[in-house]
Design a protein around this ligand. Structure first.
Ligand code: FES
Ligand SMILES: [Fe+2]
Length: 350
């Protein structure tokens, strides 16, 4: 089940070039979406299905701003309208390839799956892209064989950092004891907290004295379907700070991560992510180290999520117990389910 009236991330902008063979297909929420650029570089998003006999248009040929289906040769413009049927003078009714609203923002490509009249660009999640001059960010992509609800649950509860990421992001068990407060909004949740007095994370342990301690100010913005925008600021530990107040210790490294998880189908997601430091706090080598660590850490998530999916399929409907750390996932999934219910009600009333 997917929310239709939402922007879905279709990856980093650089993945779709203007070459003759740059016909990129993304699986998004059970649909196959073709992305290509016109001669002027404008992006087109089109259902990857010819309206004649359903051949993939991605097996077609670019002709200027149009795509020719290479099964029986029909030619479709960037608006999806058929321009030519070889051997016919008349264009048959319904000879239209479905197109979708598409926008590039923060170096990401966003596709709207629902009613085009509701495709409000302001609903695209806040992010900072790698071309932002104030940040030094590296990007990557990973496919994970899990459902996007499980990804939501993973990202909305960072207590797992202690247990899943002990070799990368975590330096101690402290993340396992956080109790953040989550604020609901119409399309997601927002969460701020401070993890106080922690040692350096495993990946940076060698850079600091053993007794060095840090406060980490965390600010998470999650939106549907599963966009996770993280500010993660590392401060010198201050004495006596409150758990849910931001640290006022000296700022050492201001980091930012944009993560978009796009469901491909019921059992797999595409995960597009970045991480890096503000230009003001960057220092030589740190962003490369963060980038390598980020991929290692997300492979740790992939391992646990794919293992979890195998068990969910093996034991369908088995009872599950709730714990305190399910608060964030529960809220985010509640928002998602509200939107799904609204769309189902609208579809039922139509
Ligand atoms: S399937 Fe595309 S032209 Fe026939
Ligand atoms: Fe994780």
């Amino acid at each position: 089940m997917y929310v239709r009236n939402a922007w879905y991330c279709a990856g980093w902008d650089e993945a779709v070039g203007i070459g003759a063979h740059d016909l990129v297909v993304r699986q998004i929420a059970g649909r196959s979406i073709l992305l290509y650029r016109t001669g002027e570089g404008r992006l087109v998003a089109m259902e990857d299905r010819c309206p004649h006999r359903s051949a993939p248009l991605s097996l077609g040929r670019k002709e200027g701003d149009a795509i020719r289906c290479m099964y029986h040769g029909m030619l479709f413009g960037p608006d999806g309208a058929c321009r030519q049927v070889p051997g016919m003078d008349r264009i048959p009714e319904g000879a239209v390839a479905a197109t979708l609203p598409v926008i590039e923002k923060d170096n990401w490509i966003w596709v709207w799956l629902g009613d085009p009249a509701r495709a409000d660009p302001d609903l695209i999640c806040f992010a900072i892209g790698p071309s932002d001059p104030d940040w030094v960010l590296r990007t990557s992509h990973l496919r994970v064989d899990t459902g996007y609800r499980e990804e939501i649950a993973n990202l909305a509860d960072l207590s797992h950092v202690s247990w899943v990421h002990g070799l990368t992001f975590a330096g101690s068990d402290d993340w396992g004891y956080i109790k953040p407060r989550h604020r609901l909004n119409p399309r997601g949740i927002e969460t701020r907290y401070c993890v106080r007095g922690v040692p350096a994370p495993a990946f940076a342990r060698h850079l600091f004295a053993d007794d060095a301690r840090f406060d980490i100010n965390v600010h998470v913005r999650m939106t549907v379907p599963c966009n996770f925008i993280l500010s993660f600021a590392v401060h010198e530990a201050e004495e006596g700070g409150a758990p849910n107040e931001p640290s006022r210790g000296k700022l050492l490294l201001d980091t930012f991560s944009s993560q978009a998880v796009t469901p491909r189908d019921a059992g797999s997601v595409d995960y597009y992510f970045s991480w890096g430091a503000s230009r003001a706090t960057d220092f030589p080598g740190i962003v490369d180290l963060m980038h390598r660590t980020n991929m290692d850490a997300f492979l740790e998530d992939k391992r646990i999520l794919e293992g979890q999916r195998a068990r969910l399929l093996q034991y369908p409907g088995a009872p599950q117990v709730d714990i305190v750390h399910d608060a964030g996932p529960g809220r985010m999934l509640w928002v998602l389910d509200q939107l799904l219910a609204e769309e189902a009600a609208e579809a039922g009333a139509a």
